[in-house]
Design a protein around this ligand. Structure first.
Ligand code: DQA
Length: 145
């Protein structure tokens, strides 16, 4: 059995469904998890799906993914725009990294137009709501060894 795809989500995404639904959609993070699990299963892959509001926790999980994951899907949320710590952790990975956003940050405020994660991401999926996660899982499965 190959290693799982890690799907990590950053701050405030625990409140999906309640948080600015006109931007992020009405589905909850549990709904997104179910979509990701179904897509992974259909592709013969397993998933580890986690969310944290804490930068250091995300760094720990990225480090864990270095040895335990076949690929990483990450929605860094606001930390994508601010966190050199996440970037430095991601730089140590030798697996595909798929950056994922529910909205299209490039079409929003100027401070959202760039992320540190993009510097090291294999590819980026954004703007499709919860489907961004499903597409990112599919891309991760396709790129994983
Ligand atoms: C987000 C976009 C970020 O700019 C924002 O800070 C988020 C969510 C998205 O999924 O669209 O928290 O990553």
């Amino acid at each position: 059995m190959s290693k799982p795809i890690y799907v990590l989500s950053g701050p405030n995404l625990n409140l999906l469904g309640v948080r600015e639904p006109e931007i992020y959609g009405k589905e909850t993070l549990d709904d997104v998890r179910a979509l990701c699990e179904a897509r992974a299963t259909s592709l013969g892959r397993s998933l580890v799906f986690r969310q944290s509001n804490h930068e250091g926790q995300l760094v720990d999980w990225i480090q864990e993914a270095r040895t335990e994951a076949c690929a990483l899907v990450i929605n860094p949320a606001a930390y994508g725009h601010t966190s050199i710590a996440l970037l430095d952790a991601l730089k140590m990975l030798d697996i595909p990294i798929i950056e994922c956003h529910l909205s299209n940050p490039a079409a929003r405020e100027a401070f959202r137009r760039e992320t540190y994660v993009s510097l090291v991401a294999t590819g980026l999926v954004s703007g499709f709501g919860s489907a961004s996660y499903e597409l990112a899982v599919e891309a991760a499965a396709g790129k994983a060894r």
